[in-house]
Design a protein around this ligand. Structure first.
Ligand code: BDP
Length: 720
């Protein structure tokens, strides 16, 4: 059986590796150039033994075949594979706990105590005087995760001697959210169209589905929500469920569960009911019946993601009910099958005149402890909306009796979309390690999410995907790092962004130390750069209307006040910034005492959040001694300078990496530089109308007028 599968996959690898167009992501498996290194690996791998005959173990073997044949230059590794038993040669063994010999079970006992169902062990042992590497875990999926980790050792040219790696995910539900519509457009998608070819499913299974699953499994992502949070009820009809089931079947061996967004008004739209009131008996039984049907199609279906009463989406409030009524009704329907509800807290209302940043907290925190056990509340990293930088959402840690799920955005709606190179793990790390102080010092956001702070039974994290039909998946090969890095942090929210960058570069581009160092420098400076040239000092939501592409701090004409950039920066003759202290909107009160004090007090408020929490005069003295106006202008310039540096660093790689990816990124970085200047010039010209001050020395003058910037339109900007 293995031989048959591996042959198909070998053809596939051949087809996708002939040009370096980025398709292979971080699973490049290019041949290791140094013969000695290759030889040392080959000597360790004289045989590959597997003890479980199972579809997940088969895909692990397939991956070994692709990886080892590529990296070691062997034509077909399957000749080494043996399902019988270990002979007298050194090799690799894949086995779940239950299939290990009694002796090995004893030897591994304490290691097994340290891991959960998805955790793995990679260990060198001596059996019959011969050294063997064992990849094991409690489940087949754990062994698959271990296999990817093992391949990573070779991808990053590490030694295979004395291996002793024990690793397990700290978060249970590690999910991607696709904002993909059934017509294949992707809301906030900048990498082409949706990879789900709904029209040709279920019979046509694009090879991308398998490669998508491989990529996700390689970082431990174990769930995917296939459709947009602004949901279409049709996904729940049998016609579409059959298609969903076909995808679920492809993903299953890789340990990936499928989830769907549920449109709250589905009982009326596709069920013919007169209401979608969550307390109505007919509605309750419609959902129960629907869920039963979903599980007939997809026996391991993960559950529903719901955006309700948010930005015009239907929800329980349409019937005078609340989030608890809505979420619990669905949770009850899913419970008998082990499904969960991920209920989003991204809510704000045009009828609520309080600061938008306060609304989700006000609406949800009073419900702490009221949701059923299989409900997770999915909270965006910050209280506004995926801005280049935001302070952590005050809900984290504020609902100790409710499991909160993190929602990060991988697609760069507000961060230059797929053109700008921004390494997001740096920002995710910043959020995750922030201390909420909810249970005293050390109550980090990571601990809220991994459940350790309040002993949660259910834990989860979601990333809004940046994947599309572009040949390199993410529209810009550099942004593959964000998909990868999200997955790594979902597995372990305590990982360091720096290490994530390092391993991604080695797997994706090269192990040449100069290349690694250069790309690492670019990645690690990139997030600060985008903040500097777009929204320094805590400015936020000053992007152009609708598509959010480019600057639009002047926008003031939208129907809802909180959709207008002027609502957020509040620039006037007196100064700039949103006062969220007690004297202002009081949003700081939503944080724990320590944090609230830190943010409210100008002496302790980190300058990165200054204008998020304070309205300050243009003359305000920054820590550096310069005025706020000068400091702001200098930050915008610094952002531009940083991108210049990124361009220069990248240029130094010419000839050291393949020409195609080199050229593509070079062009994109040049656009980024152009757009960084656009941001600087447009914002400074606009704010200058209020500050009435000259640009400080060192800040370049705009060659265009403010009017010219205001007149720029982008009617066909993608993702909108
Ligand atoms: C905003 C997007 C919008 C999404 C919404 C959400 O602009 O397209 O539908 O978030 O998360 O960031 O629901």
């Amino acid at each position: 059986m293995f031989r048959k599968i591996s042959l198909i996959l070998l053809m596939l690898t051949f087809a996708i590796s002939e040009a370096d167009n980025g398709y292979n992501l971080w699973l490049q498996y290019v041949q290791i150039e140094d013969v000695n290194v290759r030889q040392a690996y080959i000597e360790k791998l004289n045989q590959i033994v597997y003890l479980n005959d199972n579809e997940t173990i088969n895909v692990a073997l397939d991956e070994l075949n692709i990886g080892l044949s590529g990296m070691l230059g062997l034509s077909d590794v399957s000749a080494l594979v043996n399902s019988e038993k270990i002979n007298n040669e050194s090799g690799l063994m894949l086995a779940t706990y239950s299939t290990l010999s009694d002796g090995l079970k004893r030897e591994f006992k304490s290691d097994f105590n340290k891991i959960n169902e998805e955790g793995f062990i990679i260990k060198s042992v001596i059996i019959n005087n011969v050294s063997q590497i064992i990849i094991t875990g409690k489940t087949e999926v754990a062994v698959l995760y271990g296999t990817f980790r093992f391949l990573k050792l070779l991808q990053s040219h590490q030694s295979l001697n004395n291996l002793n790696i024990i690793d397990a995910p700290k978060i249970q539900k590690r999910v991607l959210n696709h904002w993909d519509n059934l017509d294949r457009t992707v809301e906030r998608g900048y990498s082409g169209f949706s990879i789900w070819d709904w029209h040709r499913l279920p019979d046509y299974l694009d090879f991308r589905y398998t490669d998508y699953a491989r990529a996700n499994a390689s970082v431990g992502i174990n769930g995917t929500v296939l459709n947009n949070v602004n949901a279409n009820a049709n996904i729940l009809t049998p016609q579409y469920l059959e298609k969903v089931a076909a995808l679920a079947k492809v993903f299953r061996p890789y340990g990936i569960k499928v989830y769907l967004t549920a449109r709250f008004s589905a009982p009326m739209e596709i069920g013919g009911l007169k209401t979608s009131d969550p307390l109505d008996e007919d509605v309750i039984s419609w959902w129960k019946q629907k869920v039963k049907e979903v599980y007939q199609f997809i026996p391991d279906f993960g559950g529903f993601l719901v955006k309700a009463n948010s930005e015009g989406q239907p929800g329980p409030q349409n019937y005078g009910r609340n989030h608890v009524d809505g979420a619990n009704m669905l949770a009850e329907a899913l419970n008998p099958f082990g499904g969960i509800v991920m209920w989003r807290a991204f809510v704000y209302s045009e009828h609520d005149t309080t600061d938008r940043a306060k609304q989700a907290y006000s609406e949800f925190v009073p419900f702490d402890g009221k949701f059923k056990d299989n409900v997770l509340i999915q909270v965006k990293n910050g209280a506004i909306d995926f801005q280049p930088r935001e302070p952590f959402h005050p809900m984290f840690g504020a609902m100790p009796k409710t499991p909160l799920m993190m929602e990060f955005q991988i697609t760069q709606e507000y961060l230059g979309q797929s053109t700008h190179t921004v390494f997001l793990p740096k920002f995710y790390e910043e959020v995750l390690k922030t201390d909420t102080y909810r249970e005293g010092k050390g109550s980090t956001v990571a601990k809220v999410i991994d459940g350790s702070l309040n002993n949660q039974k259910l834990t989860g994290i979601a990333g809004v995907s940046n994947v599309g039909t572009d040949i390199n998946w993410t529209g810009n090969v550099m942004l593959q790092a964000n998909w990868y890095g999200y997955g790594r942090l979902a597995w372990n929210p305590d990982l360091k962004a720096e290490n994530i960058a390092n391993e991604w570069i080695r797997m994706t581009f090269s192990n040449d130390i100069a290349v690694v160092k250069t790309i690492e420098d670019i990645l690690l400076m990139s997030h600060e750069a985008v903040v500097n040239y777009m929204t320094p000092f805590g400015l936020h939501h000053i992007m152009a209307t609708g598509h959010h592409y480019g600057p639009g701090p002047w926008v003031a004409n939208l129907s809802r006040p909180e959709w207008n950039p002027v609502y957020y920066h509040k620039a006037d003759a007196n100064g700039i910034g949103f006062d969220r202290t007690e004297k202002g909107s009081g949003a700081t009160d939503q944080y724990a005492k320590e944090v609230s004090k830190e943010f409210s007090n100008l002496n302790s408020c980190p300058e990165e959040y200054l204008l998020w929490f304070h309205h300050l005069s243009w003359e305000y003295k920054l820590k550096s001694g310069v005025t706020l106006w000068d400091g702001l202008a200098l930050k915008y310039q610094e952002g531009v300078n940083q991108v210049k540096q990124m361009v220069d660093y990248w240029k130094s790689l010419e000839g050291k990496i393949d020409q195609q990816r080199f050229k593509e990124v070079e062009m994109l970085l040049n656009i980024q530089l152009k757009e960084a200047k656009w941001w600087r010039d447009a914002c400074l010209l606009y704010f200058q109308q209020f500050s009435k001050k000259q640009l400080p020395q060192g800040v370049e003058k705009s060659t265009k007028s403010l009017e010219e910037f205001k007149n720029m339109t982008f009617p066909f900007a993608p993702g909108n």
